[in-house]
Design a protein around this ligand. Structure first.
Ligand SMILES: *Cc1c(COP(=O)(O)O)cnc(C)c1O
Length: 363
């Protein structure tokens, strides 16, 4: 079986965790500080704040911008649900802007149409490791005085015109096991704004700057030193892994481009994507899935139901039509692209897709 994702944990990660366990300092401490410093330097941001997950990273970033009841935040309907739920957690209301058909990322023109006097922020999601149209989004944000909180949970190390993510505002990362790098569970927020970074640190730790003096409502969203120790090792390997993902994507595209009923992923001009997923659009998804299953190839459908159609949003009265996202949810199919794949396995992935589109439809 060729799996859709595979966390790469080696001897170094194991040794690093054992060292922390032996040290007696298990909660947020020296390792978390070191991971923050190294991660910030790696992405090219001035500050990084480690938290317990990508979801809490988004939640903290919104809270640090004082977003809450009465406010609106514009995000994409085509993402993991955390990209919108983080807004609900604060008491604010998400508004959904449809996506660009070529890249599955939020459409700047659609953002513009969702702006109201209550809009406070935009959450662009760099889906599948592909940067959003940040120049257009930044121009809209600037014109309307909106904050930008990038959901980079699938885009560790992606660039747009050689500019790192997070430099348009704050960027949130996840270290869940299927992401481009992992700490088990974990998250990080990067920013160049020192005041924002300080507010995020306070919110992460029960609103506390001085021990047992609580100046604001905070949470326990800390990362542990065990997680940070894993992250420090992963950080030494992520560039090589991202390079392999790009190479694997190129191998798949070389085989699949032009196959009937299969659209291979497009890369935005100027973008350096990190292929968190290699996502094709297919005209007969059930048929391709049947072939993948028959050939022992794992796959993923990200995402089969757009966020605005999920029950949690329906019961909150969301009744909008977002045709591009809705069409995408019916056609997308993600194929294995992770760095542990061999060329033989990638070839098997492509063969399984091609078998389903070249066989006669009615035998
Ligand atoms: C994984 C992910 C999240 C949430 O991260 P967790 O660490 O699982 O909480 C948020 N947004 C996107 C786009 C993601 O892929």
């Amino acid at each position: 079986m060729i799996s859709i994702a595979k966390p790469l944990i080696g001897e170094e990660e194991k040794a690093a965790v054992m060292e922390v366990l032996g040290s007696g300092q298990l909660a947020q401490g020296r390792r978390v500080r070191e991971f923050e410093e190294r991660f910030a330097a790696w992405v090219g941001a001035r500050y990084a704040v480690a938290v317990s997950s990508g979801t809490t990273a988004l939640h903290v970033a919104l809270l640090a911008h004082d977003i809450g009841v009465g406010d609106e935040v514009i995000t994409t309907p085509f993402s993991f649900i955390a990209s919108a739920n983080c807004v609900l957690y604060t008491g604010a209301a998400p508004r959904f802007a449809d996506i660009e058909p070529d890249y599955y990322t939020i459409d700047p023109a659609a953002i513009e149409r969702q702006i109201t006097p209550r809009t406070r922020a935009i959450i662009p999601v760099h889906l599948f490791g592909q940067p959003c149209a940040m120049d257009a989004i930044a121009a809209i944000a600037e014109r309307h005085g909106l904050a930008i909180i990038e959901d980079a949970c699938q885009a560790h190390g992606a660039l747009l015109d050689d500019r790192p993510l997070g430099t348009w505002g704050a960027a949130c990362y996840s270290f869940y096991p299927t992401k481009n790098m992992t700490t088990g569970e974990g998250g990080m927020i990067t920013t160049n704004d020192p005041a924002l970074a300080e507010r995020m640190r306070v919110i992460r730790e029960h609103g506390m700057r001085v021990r047992y003096v609580h100046e604001t409502l905070g949470y326990n969203f800390r990362m542990t030193d065990m997680q940070a120790a894993i992250g420090l090792v992963q950080l030494t390997r992520i560039d090589e892994w991202n390079e392999r993902r790009r190479r694997n994507a190129a191998l798949l595209t070389a085989r699949l481009a032009g196959a009937p009923g299969v659209e291979t992923p497009k890369v935005r001009p100027g973008a350096t994507p990190v292929f968190h997923q290699y996502t094709v659009a297919v005209s007969d998804r059930d048929r391709v899935i049947a072939s993948l299953t028959e050939h022992g190839v794992g796959y993923g459908v990200y995402y089969p139901i757009p966020i605005h159609k999920q029950q949690v949003y329906r019961e909150r009265g969301y009744d909008v039509v977002l045709p591009v996202a809705e069409a995408a949810s019916e056609r997308v199919l993600s194929l294995p692209v992770h760095p542990a794949l061999t060329e033989t396995e990638l070839s098997q992935v492509a063969d399984a897709v091609l078998a389903s589109v070249s066989e006669p439809q009615f035998a």
